[in-house]
Design a protein around this ligand. Structure first.
Ligand code: BJW
Length: 253
């Protein structure tokens, strides 16, 4: 990674009054959680998203989809925040306003200490019934059920993870807040997203149009890189601690 780029990014962040950190699956890769679209290792290289991440797929084969998610719950429960998550959480201690807008459902930003996290695609730690009438269940609320998928304690319909599948609307409060933050920020740090899933991928565009400095951290160039002001090539777990150390230096901390 180019040190001049690192220093320019650190300067922009150190000056920022309203920073948004926008993250995707790559931010959790060094915690051992698979991304979606990377060739060979991404989840969609092995599985068809239309068979797993749509409401129609769940209606067709709830046992199969539930078992896939159970496997992922296990991986996420065993995962720990990586140095990238920790560096992002540290930014809150240095800058006046830092909000994290994430597409991830693993809760690792919160576990690393970030206090203002907008979850655009829901959370694998919450469950709701398929009709959507009853929500906010935790795994412990149905741990004793042997049936898979488990049933809603309130209405008896199948439970499902409270995540956003293709063709489903994003939670209104989350997308509204993400849009407001992105249009109002003066710097955006984008970490580990291919930027191909909408409407989430609009957030860096909103920030760019608002005149914010957009810093993209990713080992590969992708759909967002060309519209970023500064590209920092490398994995988040390596680049972000260096970036935050450089922000500290710029602030004279
Ligand atoms: C590293 C790294 C390291 C590696 N460090 N980096 C406009 C145009 C075209 C299509 C659409 C459109 N608007 C809507 C659509 C349709 C669709 C869509 O976007 N499709 C496109 C894919 C073509 N969008 C939707 O359906 C959305 N809903 C919607 O629009 O509803 C409309 C509606 C309105 C009103 C009523 C009803 C409907 C919903 C999208 C839901 C996405 N869901 C998923 C699954 C979530 C649950 C789960 O996890 O099981 O969300 S799909 C998956 O993709 C997941 C992710 O959050 C999302 C984004 O992926 P992400 O995070 O970018 O990961 P990758 O793998 O793509 O990229 C990883 C990156 O990390 C890479 O760049 C690597 O290089 C990098 N990396 N190692 C840093 N160490």
């Amino acid at each position: 990674m180019d040190d001049a780029h690192l220093q320019s990014a650190a300067r922009a962040l150190a000056r920022s009054r309203r920073l948004v950190v926008f993250t995707g699956a790559g931010a959790s890769k060094e915690s051992g959680i698979a991304t979606f679209r990377e060739p060979e290792t991404g989840l969609w290289a092995k599985y068809d998203p239309m068979e797993l991440a749509t409401p129609e797929a769940y209606e067709r084969d709830p046992e199969f989809v539930w078992s896939w998610y159970e496997h992922r719950f296990g991986a996420a429960a065993a995962a720990e925040p990586n140095p990238g998550h920790v560096a992002i959480a540290e930014l809150e201690l240095l800058l006046p306003r830092v909000a994290v807008v994430t597409q991830n459902i693993d809760g690792l930003h919160q576990r690393a200490g970030s206090s203002d996290v907008v979850e655009l695609h829901g959370s694998m730690n919450r469950f709701k019934c398929v009709p959507g009438t009853h929500a906010g269940f935790a795994l412990s609320d149905f741990a004793e059920q042997t049936e898979k998928p488990p049933r809603c304690p309130e209405c008896g319909a199948h439970l499902r993870p409270d995540v956003v599948w293709f063709g489903e609307a994003l939670p209104a409060d989350a997308i509204d807040r993400a849009e407001t933050l992105s249009k109002d920020c003066d710097a955006m740090l984008v970490v580990g997203t291919s930027g191909v899933v909408y409407p989430a991928a609009l957030m860096p565009r909103f920030a760019h149009e608002a005149g914010a400095t957009v810093v993209d951290v990713n080992p590969e160039r992708d759909a967002l890189t060309s519209s970023a002001t500064i590209f920092l090539k490398g994995p988040g777990g390596e680049v972000l601690p260096l970036l935050v150390a450089a922000v500290r230096e710029h602030l004279g901390d």
